[in-house]
Design a protein around this ligand. Structure first.
Ligand code: BGC
Length: 841
């Protein structure tokens, strides 16, 4: 089949997939009678003790084998962006990058590739995808998740799971449920009303079960409405197993069980990685005392065996002849990065860069090299390949033909000032007084000298005594200043005081220099008194002390490169050290990056800023002066190649935001409800989701919500391209209908620009006069199309009953009220030029 034909068949498959969502079509997966018989036979051979052993992990990644009955163990591995099975594997872009591609077909390809990676590593169950909804930029796991919208997240998750499972590997949808922050994750309770959960936080799980027939669900660490997920009977038994018809295994997160009997009775089937609580000891006596029934244990065992048989885990023999590394997987990683990177700003069309006119390209910034492929935590992938931004850009640039008039040069610097940028140049009015004490506490006699500056000279102490430097600094101009300290040896300790006030210990240490911000900005000519008390660990010390204005936070080399280059690519953002599970990150970029960006942008108007992050960041310090902004999310092992392709126009950017990017954290709908009041680590803080269903664009775009005209900086679904598209001809297959009738939305998209590119047609549905507060409109269908310049495509996007429904707490069901609905279409939640009405009777 030709590539174009294949793409077409995949697209029509996606269409079918999108249309097969009417609730009535959701049937429980019929159980395979032959498989159920084999389970019966196996169960008959197991003792109760063996059955209980089976429902607790044997070690980090394995369930218990029971060789007596020929039962092997099930092997699991993370995770959402690549295999973590102890053997290097392909590092795909972070799932949020995949969500930004708005391409469920690509999700299927990435899933299939991950499934293959798992199978050739003898992994039976992949611990992915992770589908929790984006509530706030600080959540340390946003990069693992799929954005703010339940429909987008569902379609990406379904594609991904189908891909993984097509390879004979079970997927695990996680973290069930409402793990939307990493703050105090074992104790925090995510509290929301049922409508909010049903409409926003649960659909991705629901569709994973109903549409993709996912093999496993992983419960989250947190509590949901006051009950830990692993013992939340409503989530596990009522919803997943009974209502959605889930026939697979609900497993715990790694150490997220808190009560064995409660977990056993409330739907948890497998405790991982060990049976701490659902142990033989606990459950045997619980069965004896009647607290847990044998039928309950049997159901868990039956589910585990069913999963193992369904994916052939028991009978499969390892096949070591298959290559562990696949070029096709690498190509998928590249494609996801190319499709998922979002162009947010391109003033004066400075992108794409013209290879013939760009002679010197400077690549500067902390994330340019080495490669920043993903966030941290259990999603880290040990990869055998990693293309940094520097390498990707340099490879591309040097392989492009250059002329003698314009020989190509790529220049690089991390941007952080080096010690020689700081210590000698600092002018201390009266030099520094250095005192070396023989004691360890700066008391007693001291050898004293005065020196002009303090820069790395080897200072020999009297056998590890203590040292004190005192000096004065006068600000040459008004502004913010930092005292910079270098302590030469990690084990040394130092205390810094300014004007007699001890400054807090410092954690900002790029390039091993400690930056201590002065407590207040200095006026021109203002003098401060600085004292550095230093406790060396050795009798040789290589210290440094200097003062740097905020405007000088840039290495001298980066300053030269940026001033002389034709264009500058700044690579900044988070990485696996500062954005990962188990903690929340800051909204602001990591320390001092804002300042570095501003300083670089002041030197060269042709700067392109490439940000690495799992969600929004505070852009206020630089956005007005940033001509071009590319959002990389986390672009995986081929990130450098993908970015170069976009920078030079080989790839037209086509990513679209899966989140709304607010201007300020205070303007987010969750600002008042993200963190609990009580932040003590031991308490069980409650996080009340008081914004309800008005999350992300559902908040920004709903005039009914009081928010003083606050608009996001970049709306949900937004992303620029090197070409332009026009939407026209919205047509509905009916204008009056019953809620159960299918509705087909057709519209035409035309590539009105000069280059080929892809656009995502987004269809939103809003009820004109809802009986209860509803978002103005909600995403209910989308389709991505690639088009040549001048090409037009008429697209058909199906809607069904659920597209119009809300969760009625009263009826305890999805409900569609008769009335007029508006169907909107366009290229972001804030740009919907087409609309038409349909009346539901
Ligand atoms: C994470 C899970 C992961 C598990 C196993 C936990 O810390 O929350 O997402 O699958 O570890 O690595």
């Amino acid at each position: 089949m030709s590539l174009a034909a294949r793409r077409f068949s995949i697209l029509s498959a996606a269409l079918l997939l999108a249309s097969a969502t009417a609730p009535l079509l959701y049937a429980q997966q019929p159980l395979d009678p032959a498989r159920e018989r084999r389970i019966d036979e196996m169960m008959a051979k197991l003792t109760l003790t063996e059955k209980i052993a089976l429902i607790g992990g044997e070690s980090t990644w394995f369930t218990h084998p029971i060789p007596r009955v020929g039962l092997t163990s099930m092997r699991m591995s993370d995770g959402p962006a690549g295999l973590r099975s102890g053997i290097p594997a392909i590092a795909y872009p972070a799932p949020v990058t995949l969500a930004a591609s708005w391409d469920p077909v690509l999700a299927q390809e990435m899933g299939a590739s991950l499934g293959r990676d798992a199978r050739v590593r003898d992994v039976d169950t992949l611990l992915a995808p992770a589908v929790n909804i984006y509530r706030a930029p600080m959540d340390g796991r946003n990069f693992e998740y799929l954005g703010e919208d339940p429909w987008l997240a569902s379609r990406i998750a379904v594609g991904y799971i189908e891909g993984v499972q097509s390879q004979g590997v079970s997927a695990t949808v996680k973290h069930f449920a409402m793990n939307n922050q990493e703050f105090n994750r074992h104790n925090a309770s995510s509290d929301a009303d049922e409508r909010t959960m049903r409409e926003i936080y649960l659909p991705a799980f629901e569709y994973a079960v109903k549409d993709a027939h996912v093999g496993a669900i992983m419960n989250s660490y947190n509590l949901v409405n006051g009950i830990h997920a692993t013992q939340n009977g409503w989530l596990n038994n009522t919803l997943a197993k009974q209502e959605w018809g889930f026939d697979g295994v609900i497993m715990s997160d790694w150490i997220s069980v808190y009560d064995g009997v409660a977990a056993a009775n409330n739907g948890l089937d497998l405790e991982m990685p060990f049976a701490h609580y659902m142990s033989t000891e606990v459950l045997l006596s619980a069965v004896k005392s009647g607290q847990v029934s044998v039928a309950t244990i049997d159901d868990k065992v039956r589910r585990i065996l069913r999963l193992m048989l369904r994916f052939n885990m028991i009978d499969r023999k390892p096949d070591d002849s298959v290559s562990l590394f696949s070029e096709s997987g690498d190509a998928v990683a590249l494609k996801v990065a190319q499709e998922g990177i979002v162009l947010l700003k391109n003033e004066g069309h400075i992108l794409p860069l013209d290879v013939d006119r760009t002679c010197i390209l400077a690549v500067v910034g902390p994330n340019a090299s080495p490669a920043v492929m993903g966030g941290g935590g259990s999603a880290i992938v040990d990869t055998y390949k990693s293309v940094s931004i520097l390498q990707g850009v340099a490879d591309f640039f040097y392989s492009a033909p250059s002329t003698s008039a314009c020989p190509h040069r790529v220049l690089y610097d991390s941007g952080w000032p080096e010690r020689y940028d700081v210590f000698h140049p600092t002018h201390f009015d009266k030099g520094l007084t250095q005192q070396i004490f023989t004691t360890r506490d700066w008391t007693g006699h001291a050898e004293e000298i005065v020196r002009p500056d303090l820069n790395e000279d080897r200072i020999v102490t009297s056998k590890t005594g203590s040292i004190r430097w005192t000096t004065e600094f006068t600000a040459p101009s008004a502004g913010k200043y930092f005292v910079i300290v270098h302590d030469g040896r990690a084990a040394d300790r130092h205390n810094l005081s300014v004007d007699g006030q001890r400054l807090p210990p410092v954690t900002i240490s790029p390039n091993e220099l400690y930056y201590v911000p002065l407590p207040h900005p200095l006026a021109k000519g203002e003098t401060v008194h600085i004292q550095l008390d230093y406790l060396p660990n050795d009798n040789e010390v290589y210290p440094g002390l200097g003062v740097l204005s905020e405007n000088d936070i840039l290495s001298a080399r980066a300053r030269r490169l940026a001033s002389s280059a034709d264009a500058v690519v700044i690579a900044a953002g988070f990485d696996k050290i500062n954005e990962h599970e188990g903690m929340d990150r800051t909204f602001a970029l990591p320390p001092l990056q804002d300042t570095m960006i501003r300083n670089l942008e002041a030197l060269n108007p042709h700067t392109v800023l490439a940000i690495t992050a799992g969600g929004n960041v505070d852009m206020n310090p630089w956005i007005d002066r940033t001509p071009a902004l590319l959002y990389l999310w986390y672009p995986g092992e081929e990130g450098g190649v993908a970015l170069a392709d976009i920078l030079f126009g080989v790839q037209n950017p086509e990513g679209k935001l899966p989140d709304s990017f607010a201007k300020r954290w205070e303007e987010n709908p969750t600002f008042n409800s993200y963190y609990p009041q009580d932040k003590t680590p031991t308490s069980q803080p409650q996080i009340h989701y008081t914004e309800g269903v008005f999350l992300g664009y559902r908040y920004f775009d709903s005039p009914s919500v009081d928010k003083a005209n606050v608009q996001p900086r970049f709306p949900f679904g937004f992303g620029l391209s090197y070409t332009t598209f026009a939407f026209s001809g919205l047509h509905l297959s009916r204008t009056t209908m019953h809620a159960d009738d299918p509705l087909m939305v057709t519209l035409t998209v035309r590539n009105t620009g000069k280059v080929a590119g892809a656009e995502v047609a987004q269809v939103y549905v809003g009820e004109n006069n809802p009986a209860l507060p509803r978002p103005a409109y909600e995403l209910k269908a989308f389709l991505k199309v690639r088009m040549q310049p001048g090409e037009s495509r008429t697209l058909s996007l199906p809607l069904n009953r659920r597209s119009f429904a809300y969760w009625s707490e009263q009826d305890h069901n999805w409900k569609v009220d008769p009335g007029v609905f508006t169907i909107y279409a366009g290229d972001s939640s804030a740009s919907l030029p087409l609309h038409a009405e349909v009346t539901l009777q």
